[in-house]
Design a protein around this ligand. Structure first.
Ligand code: IPE
Ligand code: IPE
Ligand code: MG
Length: 260
C-alpha cells in the first residue's frame, strides 16, 4: 500500500501493453445467420479466431488472456446448441493442447466444471496438467463461468476457513476475496473487450474488472482479426488510467519519474 491506500499493482498498470486481456467472444450466432448458416457454424469459426488471438498474445508477451466461452446462463439455450457447444469444447481441447504446450501456454479452465459430462471434466484436468509447467501466456477459458458464481464460491471458501478457526472475520480484506476467486494469483484484467455490439458485462469477471478499460466493438467474434485486436490495444495505449486520482497528479508523478 502507498500513502493513499492504493495498492501498488493498480498504479503499475499504466503501461501501454495490458498485462491481462479479458474478452467476451460474442456474435458467433449472428455471424452464421448473416451467411445463411446454422448458428453452430459461427461457433466453429469462432474457434479459429481464438487460435489467432492466442498466437498474437504469445507474440506480444501478454501475461494473461481470459476468454468467455460459455456462461452459467448459456444453459438456457436450446439443448441442441448446448450439446454442440460441449462437443466443440471437447474437440478444441483435443486438437489444441499440443500446440498450446509448444507455445509455452498454460491453460486454465475457470468455472463450475461439476455440471459437465464426466468425460469432458477428465479432458479438462488432462489439458490443464499437460500445460501446467508452461510459463509463457496464461490462457484462462471461462466455461460455465459466472462472476456471481465466482464470488459465491469464494465466500464459501472463506466461510469454511473462518468456521475452522483458520481466519478471523476482521482480518478479511479485499486481497482475501481476490485470493479465493478462480483467478487467484493473476493480475486483474487491464483491458476488457466485448465483440458483437452488446454493451453489457453478462456476468463475466465482475470483481476482477473493477478498473478494467472497456473496449466494445460491433465486430462479430469470428471476424476478430489481428488488425481488430491491434486497434483495441492501440486504443488502450491511449487511455489515461487514473484509479481515482486527477490528471494533474499523474502528470506530476510521470515528471518526477523522468527527473529521477
Ligand atoms: C457467443 O456467441 C458464443 C457463446 C455464447 C457460446 P453467441 O452464440 O452469443 O452469438 P450471438 O450473440 O447469438 O450472435
Ligand atoms: C456472453 O454472451 C457469454 C459468452 C460469450 C460466452 P451471451 O451472448 O450469452 O450474452 P447475453 O446473454 O446476450 O448477455
Ligand atoms: Mg450472444
Amino acid at each position: 500500500m502507498d500513502s493513499t491506500g492504493l495498492k501498488p499493482k493498480m498504479v503499475e498498470a499504466t503501461d501501454s501493453i495490458p498485462r491481462h486481456v479479458a474478452i467476451i467472444m460474442d456474435g458467433n450466432g449472428r455471424w452464421a445467420q448473416e451467411r445463411g448458416l446454422p448458428r453452430f457454424a459461427g461457433h466453429k469459426a469462432g474457434v479459429e479466431a481464438v487460435r489467432s488471438v492466442v498466437e498474437q498474445c504469445v507474440r506480444l508477451k501478454i501475461e494473461v488472456l481470459t476468454l468467455f466461452a460459455f456462461s452459467s446462463e448459456n444453459w438456457r439455450r436450446p439443448a441442441k446448441e448446448v450439446n454442440l457447444l460441449m462437443d466443440l469444447f471437447m474437440l478444441a481441447l483435443n486438437r489444441e493442447v499440443k500446440r498450446l504446450k509448444r507455445n509455452n501456454v498454460r491453460l486454465c479452465i475457470i468455472g463450475d466444471h461439476g455440471r459437465f459430462a464426466a468425460k469432458l471434466q477428465a479432458k479438462i484436468l488432462e489439458a490443464q496438467e499437460t500445460t501446467a509447467e508452461c510459463n509463457g501466456l496464461t490462457l484462462q477459458i471461462a466455461a460455465n463461468y459466472g462472476g456471481r458464481w465466482d464470488l459465491t464460491q469464494a465466500a464459501r471458501n472463506i466461510a469454511r476457513q473462518v468456521a475452522d478457526g483458520r481466519l478471523e472475520p476482521d482480518s478479511i480484506t479485499e486481497d482475501t476475496l481476490s485470493d479465493n476467486l478462480s483467478t487467484h494469483g493473476l493480475p486483474d484484467p487491464d483491458l476488457f473487450i466485448r465483440t458483437g455490439g452488446e454493451q453489457r458485462l453478462s456476468n463475466f469477471l465482475l470483481w476482477q474488472s473493477a478498473y478494467a478499460e472497456l473496449y466494445l466493438t460491433n465486430v462479430l467474434w469470428p471476424d476478430f482479426s489481428p488488425a481488430v485486436f491491434d486497434q483495441a490495444l492501440s486504443d488502450f495505449a491511449g487511455r489515461q488510467r487514473r484509479f481515482g486520482r486527477t490528471t494533474e497528479q499523474l502528470n506530476q508523478s510521470s515528471r518526477n519519474l523522468k527527473d529521477d
